[in-house]
Design a protein around this ligand. Structure first.
Ligand SMILES: Cc1cc2nc3c(=O)[nH]c(=O)nc-3n(C[C@H](O)[C@H](O)[C@H](O)COP(=O)(O)OP(=O)(O)OC[C@H]3O[C@@H](n4cnc5c(N)ncnc54)[C@H](O)[C@@H]3O)c2cc1C
Ligand SMILES: NC(=O)c1ccc[n+]([C@@H]2O[C@H](COP(=O)([O-])OP(=O)(O)OC[C@H]3O[C@@H](n4cnc5c(N)ncnc54)[C@H](O)[C@@H]3O)[C@@H](O)[C@H]2O)c1
Length: 493
């Protein structure tokens, strides 16, 4: 049977609620070699947050800023940036928020698409409300996969919600460049947004965050190095501060990416005042689980959905309900959601053919947990931080190295700033975690993920020879430093 949009049927083998990239993967992996039929139920755009309002537009805005920055740090080279052209490039990257190509991909893969808002109404059953208000009941023979994602969380600060602040959707879809912007939050969205806002010409960027360090979930030196560069570029940092009150003249809902009214006056909890033309709230996410009918299958709405290593929802019997992506709260990252989707899809196919003994598990991939934060400098990490490893009761050895001391980084830019750190399991002599901070480290992360997930012994990593002169030589320097540390320890003993 040929796949179609809004096909006139009510039963599929697999129903995926939410058509983000992870949902697409779940449908594909459940169906492709099994013959199971599948459908995506999507209320907005197939492709989800990442394609139109998150990863893709943010990276499209950051890349030109990075190029200009790289040129500024190479003697004899210069580059300029035209904000309007960059915004136009961003619009092309998000396909002008048209999901035709994503739908074509789904249909060409044999996956049907139903437009509408879905709610569970009982075991294996959903009610979908179409854009015209009509409803229909959709039933899954084998499985329902929830991929409804998350939305920005806006804290309860007096005057903040009434001021109609920008969230990640506005700052990634910005249509105009405000002169002064205050960002609340010190996490990934805040740091990346501060980088592109300043790069695109915002005169005054102020970053207010409650933690001591930016990027508080990373090794502390990551936040320190990012803070240094932001400050050098003129961003004002307000650490260990929160908002006490927000006042805005004439707040107006002018649409995503347009300035939402008049001047904003913000009082911080230490009494300081910051005045801006727009305020961006980047204080984490809440899962979209409050209105998807979880109560009809015995689950509590509103929170993250607990899952096992097949992504099967805990507390629901019969192995028919799965959850992937941000809604299950395991790792709020596109690549991890898509990994969970591959596992869920394969588990659904395996259960459908009755081979439950061969179920895949998503445990190993979560041990690797890679992430790249596309700030200047970039922050790349995989596995555990030192603090996480110690909290997990691991006996660890720590080794750090200055990335600026490599030939490969000197040729990238003579004033290179960066640092690398490995967390090593003393008992098994394998890497538990790695962090790289510096220009051009994004592609290094996969080597660390490979070492961690593969549990490659350090004695084997010695024979993985990095090319000269590349940033990858950091692996050799870290291993040499660790060897020297061990000799010193032996001498002392
Ligand atoms: C600014 C920003 C930048 C980011 N950059 C990166 C990055 O560089 N790399 C990275 O890995 N991660 C990044 N992330 C995180 C990443 O965007 C998310 O982890 C990812 O989008 C989550 O995907 P998801 O599949 O959980 O759902 P989402 O992408 O949130 O999609 C859920 C889908 O479900 C639909 N839906 C919801 N409820 C219903 C319903 N009841 N019925 C029908 N449809 C429904 C929605 O319309 C939506 O299409 C970024 C996030 C932000 C905010
Ligand atoms: N490059 C990437 O991989 C990338 C880019 C952007 C976003 N993301 C993902 O998207 C998710 C959302 O990003 P984010 O930056 O919004 O979340 P985050 O969890 O990274 O940071 C949230 C920040 O807000 C602060 N905060 C939370 N509640 C607050 C409150 N009530 N008042 C004041 N401050 C508060 C936290 O201390 C933290 O600094 C993250 O999980 C992130 O991994 C990934």
């Amino acid at each position: 049977m040929t796949a179609s949009v809004d096909p006139d049927r009510s039963t599929w083998d697999v129903v995926v609620l939410g058509g983000a990239a992870a949902g697409e993967n779940a449908a594909q992996y459940a169906s492709q070699f099994s013959g199971l039929s599948s459908v995506l139920v999507e209320n907005s755009l197939v492709g989800g947050e990442c394609s139109y309002w998150a990863c893709m537009p943010s990276k499209a805005l950051l890349r030109p800023v990075e190029v200009v920055d790289a040129a500024a740090h190479l003697p004899g080279v210069s580059a300029g940036l035209e904000a309007a052209e960059v915004l136009a490039l961003r619009d092309r990257v998000v396909n002008h928020r048209d999901d035709t190509s994503q739908i074509s991909w789904a249909l060409s893969t044999g996956i049907d698409v139903v437009r509408g808002y879905g709610r569970l109404s009982g075991e294996r059953t959903l009610v979908v409300t179409h854009p015209d208000g009509s409803t229909r009941t959709v039933t899954a023979e084998h499985a329902v996969v929830v991929d409804t994602g998350s939305r920005p969380s806006v804290p309860d600060v007096p005057g903040l919600r009434a001021a109609l602040p920008w969230t990640s959707r506005d700052v990634t879809s910005m249509e105009e460049v405000p002169r002064r912007v205050l960002i609340l939050g010190g996490g990934v969205v805040a740091c990346e947004a501060a980088t592109w806002l300043r790069g695109l010409g915002v005169d005054e960027v102020s970053l207010v965050y409650r933690d001591r360090h930016l990027l508080a979930r990373q090794e502390p030196f990551a936040g320190t190095l990012v803070a240094q560069t932001l400050q050098d570029s003129g961003v004002r940092l307000y650490p260990e501060r929160n908002l006490a009150q927000v006042k805005r003249a004439d707040p107006r809902d002018t649409g995503h990416g347009h300035v939402h009214g008049g001047e904003v006056s913000v009082t911080l909890d230490d009494g300081a005042t910051v005045v801006a033309d727009e305020i961006v709230v980047a204080t984490g996410r809440v899962p979209n689980t409050d209105d998807i009918g979880l109560e009809t299958v015995g689950l509590r709405p509103g929170g993250y959905i607990g899952v096992d290593d097949q992504q099967c929802v805990e507390g629901v019997s019969g192995n028919w309900l799965y959850a992937i992506g941000d809604v299950c709260g395991r790792a709020l990252l596109t690549h991890m959601g898509k990994y969970q989707a591959r596992i869920a899809g394969e588990a659904i196919a395996a259960r459908a053919r009755g081979s439950s003994a061969e179920l895949p598990s998503s445990a190993a991939g979560h041990v690797g947990l890679p992430q790249v934060v596309f700030t200047d400098p970039e922050v790349g990490s995989a596995g555990m931080t030192e603090q996480q490893a110690r909290a997990a009761g691991k006996d660890v050895e720590i080794v750090e190295y200055d990335l600026a001391a490599l030939a490969g980084t000197y040729v990238l830019r003579p004033d290179y700033r960066g640092r690398a750190k490995l967390v090593v399991d003393r008992a098994d002599d394998v890497v538990l975690g790695a962090t790289f901070v510096g220009t051009g480290i994004a592609e290094l992360v996969h080597s660390a993920t490979t070492a961690i997930v593969g549990r490659i012994p350090l004695s084997t990593l010695w024979h993985v020879v990095p090319s000269y002169p590349t940033v990858s030589e950091i692996w050799l320097r870290l291993l040499e430093t660790l060897r020297a540390q061990r000799h010193q320890d032996d001498d002392r003993a």
